[in-house]
Design a protein around this ligand. Structure first.
Ligand code: SF4
Length: 359
């Protein structure tokens, strides 16, 4: 049994083998800092001990958590499991990349209690992978997917990216078809964005790369949604699809429902009782502060009732669950907007809930 209001624990592993050209997540390539970061994260965990009660999800994300070697993965996961309380059927996810997820690591992760792996495949086309600046080939991704299955992981998520100029609709559908041959329980299909903090953002400013048009973005989104729904997946959030409700990401749903979460690691965010706070981004200063025994918090905001309820509206509209019509009573301005959206088929009303259509 799970209580959907139980908090979730997130750990940010800020290391990658190299920087993908589209990525603006906080990550660095200095692997020499991993031991100091690991010790700091476990100190941070000790400082929060007992402050969040029982968790029913643990999400180890990044960066690339699987750049850690087996000894480091074991120290991290065992450390977290001993500092905090978790329900017996906790969803334990780790993000992995094909270039550093070995069979040995998979066996260990499974032994340590990891029951969900989210693999950054992004594409099954070598040209597209090198355009994105990925460190692996399509065949390495296929091997990793096979290894995940033979290691006995029964909840597999595959991340893919669409939306670059030279990716035709036909190639994209082939990518989806290829992904489905591994029968993933979960798929995340992200649209490529040219973020300021990423190499692609700089290339965009220099006129070397252009985003696809809004009309093309819309078309790819609809094609993806239709294709995956026809193949038995539920489109349960803008970018997320699952075989059925039991495979919705338990952890990510907490972000969309204002359920408390604790984030450990550089740049990680936390939320509890209407307060959101976030950690220092720099690995060095994160470690220094924890060495001194202080929490590495960089900032916090207390959300007013109005902010919380506006967030509930836009977070709800990201999901198939939508939002309860009663929740918008506090916002008289929204009434006419909702009516207009209903008239254009962009949202629909089902059992007193407003839900977005694929359009
Ligand atoms: S996309 Fe993933 S692997 Fe690539 S740099 Fe970003 S966090 Fe690292």
């Amino acid at each position: 049994m799970t209580d959907e209001r139980l908090p979730g624990l997130y750990v940010h592993v800020p290391f990658c083998r190299s920087k993908c050209f589209y990525c603006d997540f906080y990550s660095i390539t200095a692997a020499s800092l991993i031991p100091a970061w690991l010790s700091a994260v476990l100190t941070e965990a000790r400082l929060y001990k007992e402050r969040f009660g029982i968790f029913d999800s643990l999400y180890i994300g990044g960066g690339t958590p699987t750049v850690l070697d087996t000894a480091q993965l074991e120290l991290l996961i065992n450390g977290l499991l001993s500092e905090f309380h978790f329900l017996p059927d906790t969803e334990v996810t780790i993000e992995a990349n094909p270039d550093c997820i070995t069979r040995e690591k998979l066996d260990l992760l499974r032994e340590l209690g990891v029951n969900r792996i989210s693999l950054g495949v992004q594409s099954f086309d070598d040209d597209h992978l090198s355009f994105l600046g990925r460190q692996h080939t399509a065949s390495e991704a296929e091997l990793a997917l096979e290894n995940i299955r033979t290691a006995g992981i029964t909840n597999l998520g595959v991340d893919l990216i669409y939306g670059s100029k030279d990716l035709s609709e036909e190639k994209w559908v082939k990518t989806l078809e290829k992904a489905l041959t591994f029968k993933p329980e979960h798929l995340s299909c992200y649209q490529l964005t040219l973020e300021k903090g990423a190499r692609f953002g700089k290339m965009k400013d220099e006129g070397l790369i252009k985003p696809i048009s809004e009309e093309d973005a819309r078309r790819f989104f609809i094609v993806t949604s239709l294709f995956l729904r026809e193949n038995g997946y539920v489109h349960y959030e803008i970018s997320n699809f699952a075989l059925n409700e039991s495979y919705y990401s338990r952890h990510n749903q907490k972000y969309w429902r204002h359920v408390p979460y604790l984030g450990l690691g550089p740049s990680a965010h936390s939320f509890k009782a209407g307060v959101r706070w976030w950690n220092d981004r720099s690995v060095k200063s994160y470690c220094t502060r924890l060495d001194r025994g202080e929490l590495p918090i960089e900032g916090e905001e207390r959300l007013s009732e109005e902010q919380l309820s506006l967030e509930a509206v836009y977070l709800g509209l990201r999901t198939k669950e939508g939002l309860d019509i009663a929740d918008i009573d506090d916002h008289p301005r929204l009434g006419p907007i909702i009516n207009q959206l209903l008239g254009t088929g962009l949202i629909e009303m089902v059992d007193g809930r407003i839900t977005p259509t694929a359009e």
